[in-house]
Design a binder for this molecule. Sequence first.
Ligand SMILES: NC(=O)c1ccc[n+]([C@@H]2O[C@H](COP(=O)([O-])OP(=O)(O)OC[C@H]3O[C@@H](n4cnc5c(N)ncnc54)[C@H](O)[C@@H]3O)[C@@H](O)[C@H]2O)c1
Length: 343
Amino acid sequence: MNGAPNPRLGFAGVGWIGRHRMNAIAATGEARIVAVADPDLDAARNAAAEVGAQAFGSFEELLDLDLDGIAIATPNALHASQSLAAFARGMAVFCQKPLGRSAAETRMVIDAARTADRLLGVDFSYRHTTAVEAMRAEIANGAIGDLYAADLVFHNAYGPDKAWFRDARLSGGGCLLDLGIHLVDLALWVFGAPVVRTTGRLFANGKPFTRGMGGVEDHALLQLDLADGAAVRVTCSWNLHAGADADIRATFYGTRGAVTMQNENGSFYDFTAARCEGTRRTTLASPPDAWGGRAAIAWMRRLAEDRGFDASIERVADVAAVLDSVYALHEPPSTRRALEQTA
Ligand SMILES: NC(=O)c1ccc[n+]([C@@H]2O[C@H](COP(=O)([O-])OP(=O)(O)OC[C@H]3O[C@@H](n4cnc5c(N)ncnc54)[C@H](O)[C@@H]3O)[C@@H](O)[C@H]2O)c1
């Protein structure tokens, strides 16, 4: 660090992930955590007590404080409106994924950050695993030749344990928006080429899924065609018969080899990565790896240096557009016809 003052931060939503990210930032000793807001006042007070912050029962109270930034980890439906409110007060934002329930909401937040010239970060936490970093480094140094295909998988055999995830108004979508978003982000980030065509199928409880009929999808299978000719397959689910707590894998195929990462023993947290040439396999990374808070910490450190807009966040809009195009295929026929007419 260059001696820049520690940023003054507020945390909105201190459920599972908000509290984890708050503690990860607190552990660095490089930020002043001033306030925590959650309508569950016990949760707010307990979290605030851990870091010596003030507790509030509403998000709006954070807006009246002198903060450099707010970390948002509330249900998905609130992400866009809370981000916009923070930018309107000149604060930077670190938001959990998804930034919005749709590409339009996502676009609105990115545009607001640019207009306010404030830093916007999104918690694409898997980018920061040592396994993904090792794969990216191998690809960048040409070790596997020219990339042409990838296969990414995220099955969570339990599914989320909070009811709002399965309420489309609050979540915006099911496993695709929850888990698939990480995979699409990784694929676009690694390839760097735009998507020219997306196809996909969504299921709920083993039946073809249609939006607006109640509930959300619990199994998604996508294929993305990229402008450079590469093909990407993405599969994700909740409550699948996965044979383990979780099955998380990403493999990138090149003309001279492949790089692959996989969770160990069904773990949500432990990953190995390897480079493969024919039948040979060379380990690139293995657990332990405390990666969960790294995206939040990177945002906080960048904020300490420079609170201005970082244009690299634009890629998040591309990810949202891919998800939107799959959801559009699963609108009821009347909505699809209307969408086609306005396209
Ligand atoms: N980046 C990742 O890898 C990752 C992992 C898990 C969850 N998430 C995301 O984090 C978000 C939260 O997920 P979770 O599992 O922690 O959910 P959660 O339900 O445990 O936590 C949400 C919290 O927000 C609070 N809340 C509700 N309305 C609020 C408001 N108006 N203002 C302030 N707080 C409010 C709730 O009381 C709750 O404590 C979701 O968007 C989810 O997609 C991201």
